[in-house]
Write a protein that binds this ligand. Sequence first.
Ligand SMILES: [Ca+2]
Ligand SMILES: [Ca+2]
Length: 286
Amino acid sequence: MTDRRMVTPAAMSAADARHRRRLILGTLALIGATACSSRASQQPWTPGAIIDAATGQLYGAARQGRWVAPAGIDPQALQGREFIHYDREGVRGATTRLRSQPTAETCSNPTYRPVAASPGPAPGTYLAADWDAAPRAATRLGLDNATYRAVVSDWLATRDLTDPAPQLAQALRVDLDGDGRDEVILAAERQRGSITSTRAGDYSVLLLRLWEQDRVVTRPLLADLYPHDCTAECAPRRYRVFSTLDLNGDGHLEVIVTIQDYEALSQAIYSLDDLGQVRLSWNCGP
Ligand SMILES: [Ca+2]
Ligand SMILES: [Ca+2]
């Protein structure tokens, strides 16, 4: 029996957070299976491939309004293609040609790295995009912001978890959907156990402050809550916003989230129009 609860917009009921990473990969496989049915190799290549610069991991692509997993992408279609580097802050950098590289056994997705030998790329994202992927930059807010600490505390209270003074790990303000009104993304956690244990009242959350009609509401993008002690069966994760970029050219910024636990690093793409759905992701183990 586990005391751990995971709360997402799509699954607010109790679920075992230890399987979260498997769920992400399962979603990936499902998307890939769908994409395979229309084999990318049957289609002309269109821009939209998305690659993590640091690991070379291919998230997949955004093509004609669809998210396409790596299994739906013809590997040859990416060979020697020009990609634009965006750093984590959304600053557009150099154009670079990438080629396929062997993928580490511990990583889930195909790997692409620059053709030319060069110093390792700055952390960020390679995109084969013919649109401006960073039309709006995020602003970092102070982590002692009383208003947003209260937002986290209040949201936790709605889940019967008490922390009157949560410590923010990230606070970003950015207009995700381009409507002229800023959204806010908040990361916070309280982890007082070990790498595999938690104490009652621990949590790890990534919350959004969003406009719905004319009021601002708090919605969880990712949230692990531990209402009870959990010994040796709970590996707490840490959620961070890696970057906010328009990865599919629709004018809305997607949120790339880094998910870290003691045994693995994942990054997953989420979009405002369905917060509970992982669009694309990759995972690398120890
Ligand atoms: Ca907005
Ligand atoms: Ca978008």
